[in-house]
Design a protein around this ligand. Structure first.
Ligand SMILES: [Zn+2]
Ligand SMILES: [Zn+2]
Length: 271
């Protein structure tokens, strides 16, 4: 019963974070990724899509707890931190593979609604079909519930992850670049994405499937090869002006030859 009030807050937290973000950034000078605006119709539709799905995470955590599927122990700093890390790492893996699967023709009906937002804005971060958010959260909570019977799991570690996810997801859909030019080529930038990464996924529909990290996209060759160039452009306050715009790097002779011979074969430099 100790968890009811925090769960009620979690059910509304995503909307509060989205509107808090809009208020904070309204008056600030920002560097945009795409110099295009979402229409009022898009914003209205995104908001409509969000009411059923945003509270779902809290409902599913509550259901797992109250059914006994998820066993939570009293929180200590130690179990709080490792629970957060477990949820973070597993969500990156689960999101990458389920997201890629939902881009398959046979499963696209689950994910299509989210892709109606070609140009993202903070409200796009809560615009999903019910089934998509259900699959996302059941995958996360299901694994954590299973391991909670072997490893002590902190409810607040899971809780903190969800708040962190709400914040990073609204930033990821903000269509503004928050890092310096060249960030995507630094060691940390090769792991942690900037908002440009997901803006490109929405504008181009495919590739850049990762949530907060790009590691699995790099591993499976599903990252847009001009991500670092688009990131630097956006960070230099030179946004792209068309959804179809590409900043594909120039290929050297051997790469060109390799591509034409094998048709679609990717060079090692693209990893
Ligand atoms: Zn997608
Ligand atoms: Zn998205």
């Amino acid at each position: 019963m100790d968890y009811i009030v925090p769960l009620l807050f979690l059910a509304v937290a995503n909307h509060l974070i989205v509107y808090g973000f809009i208020l904070i950034y309204k008056s600030k000078k920002v560097r945009r990724v795409y110099n295009l605006d979402a229409t009022q119709d898009q914003l209205d539709e995104e908001l409509n899509n969000s009411f059923l799905t945003s509270p779902l995470h809290a409902v599913l955590i509550g259901a797992a707890l109250f059914s006994g599927a998820l066993k939570a122990v009293p929180t200590t700093w130690f179990n709080f931190i490792y629970t957060f890390v477990i949820v973070f790492v597993w969500t990156e893996i689960w999101h990458y593979f389920s997201h890629r699967a939902m881009h398959h023709r046979s499963l696209l009906f689950i994910h299509r609604l989210h892709h109606e937002s070609k140009i993202t804005n903070p409200i796009s971060s809560i615009s999903f079909s019910f089934l998509e958010k259900f699959i996302f959260s059941v995958g996360i909570i299901g694994l954590v519930a299973a391991i909670s019977h072997f490893i002590p799991i902190s409810f607040y570690g899971i809780y903190a992850y969800y708040l962190f996810y709400f914040v990073t997801n609204v930033i990821g859909h903000s269509n503004i670049e928050i890092r310096k030019p060249g960030y995507a080529q630094t060691w940390i930038g090769r792991i942690i994405n900037t908002p440009t990464y997901h803006a490109m996924h929405h504008a181009r529909y495919v590739k850049n499937y990762g949530l907060i990290t790009s590691t699995l996209d790099r591993l499976f060759n599903t990252m847009w090869e001009d991500y670092d160039k688009v990131q630097s452009r956006a960070a230099s306050d030179q946004p792209l002006s068309k959804l179809s715009e590409r900043l594909t790097p120039k290929k050297n002779f051997y790469e060109k030859w390799g591509q034409s011979k094998s048709g679609g074969h990717h060079s090692i430099n693209e990893n």
